[in-house]
Design a protein around this ligand. Sequence first.
Ligand SMILES: Cc1cc2nc3c(=O)[nH]c(=O)nc-3n(C[C@H](O)[C@H](O)[C@H](O)COP(=O)(O)OP(=O)(O)OC[C@H]3O[C@@H](n4cnc5c(N)ncnc54)[C@H](O)[C@@H]3O)c2cc1C
Length: 431
Amino acid sequence: MPTVGSSWGRYPHVTQNIVPLHWRGAELPTPDGTLLAYGNGRSYGDSCLNDAGNLLVTRGLDRLIAFDPGSGILRCEAGVLFSEILDLVIPQGWFLPVLPGTKFITVGGAIANDVHGKNHHRAGTFGEHVRQFELLRSDGSRLLCDRTQNSELFHASIGGLGLTGLIVWAEFSLQRIAGPWLATETLRFENLAEFFALSSASEKDYEYSVAWIDCCAPEAKLGRGLFMRANHAQVSNAKRPPRQRHLRMPFTPPLSLVNRASLRLFNTLYYHRPIAAHGLSHYEPFFFPLDSIAEWNRMYGPRGFLQYQCLVPPQNSAEVVAELLRIIARSGTGSFLAVLKTFGEREAAGLMSFARTGTTLALDFANAGPSTFALLDRLDAVVAAASGSVYPAKDARMSSAHFRQYFPQWEKLQTHIDPKFSSSFWRRVTE
Ligand SMILES: Cc1cc2nc3c(=O)[nH]c(=O)nc-3n(C[C@H](O)[C@H](O)[C@H](O)COP(=O)(O)OP(=O)(O)OC[C@H]3O[C@@H](n4cnc5c(N)ncnc54)[C@H](O)[C@@H]3O)c2cc1C
């Protein structure tokens, strides 16, 4: 049945036919129109949408197939959530090798966007830990893909935006841990030079690092923020896990709650909040600060919001990030949680993977209409001039010209795309 839907950013809204999947052995449905797999809709823009086509909803593919607690190798259907895996494996001393900022993503979505986390400098992207998966193509073929069999399709599907077919199940390696606790450290930095110094000083000794940056700071305080770094604590049961609170944004306010005044106030207070230099943190608030409020994306009102995540190469990261922050501060918009992180020198397994060496900046912008789009175009001009790129998983508006510049390998991906598969994103940036 045609249904109007949107992704996590609640922009754009499209009409698509929902086709739920239930079993990994079933044949691929063959409705009229194009197909696209849908994980848990945690992408922000239109890469998980298929306007006027069909969405193969994979959450019904939710079975764990095999887990070896000796080696930490897990095989599961593609609709299993990271949250479900963490619940299963942490008590057995294992952890996911790469975690994005939400645990509510599926294994299929993690592969198709080749997601990154706070340990990119150590562990690369999720695709690096994937051993094999089964790809179901629209001609009915089931292809086992790994680094030796169907290896081109393996690399094209990692970060392949769901276009090479349906990933039915996947097998990947986990990481050993002592327990769910992290030894954390939080440090205030005054400017970007201090951020880059902290970042490079932390790479060797800290597994995880990330910074929150005050995107409203005036020129004299440009680039100030809080730097968080952490390692897995070598304790299994340090203290009682935090109580699960079930907060929910109860309704969509008629207007965005995020505006110039609330942003300024939040950013100033957050920067000056008392911080405990050293601490012991449960993994959930450290990795997933936003997951504690269900449906927080409603806060931006009925027009939704746009996330902008870019990557700039290391040579001129400091100047380019400063220029981006200046443009954002002048616009008076931006987000509560602006994130800055340096990526390490890991070669991604995916043909189209976003993460590569450099610095990534991510922020949310309430959708205020043409002024927001014009602002993001200005940011794109700076990123493109610096030979950077923008993350398709978070995008709803980059131009076709910019996409082709950011991902010159897109034409190679096209040779691996399943002829029945397409997405709103792909049509927007390639047609
Ligand atoms: C709060 C928050 C924080 C985030 N932080 C990060 C972060 O730190 N790092 C990061 O990299 N990302 C981050 N993201 C983005 C998110 O991790 C990715 O967009 C992820 O791909 C979403 O997974 P999903 O299961 O919801 O997939 P969806 O969003 O539903 O789909 C994503 C893509 O995967 C494809 N796909 C899904 N399942 C399959 C399948 N079985 N076979 C083939 N293709 C499939 C879809 O076609 C689509 O192209 C964040 C998102 C949120 C909401």
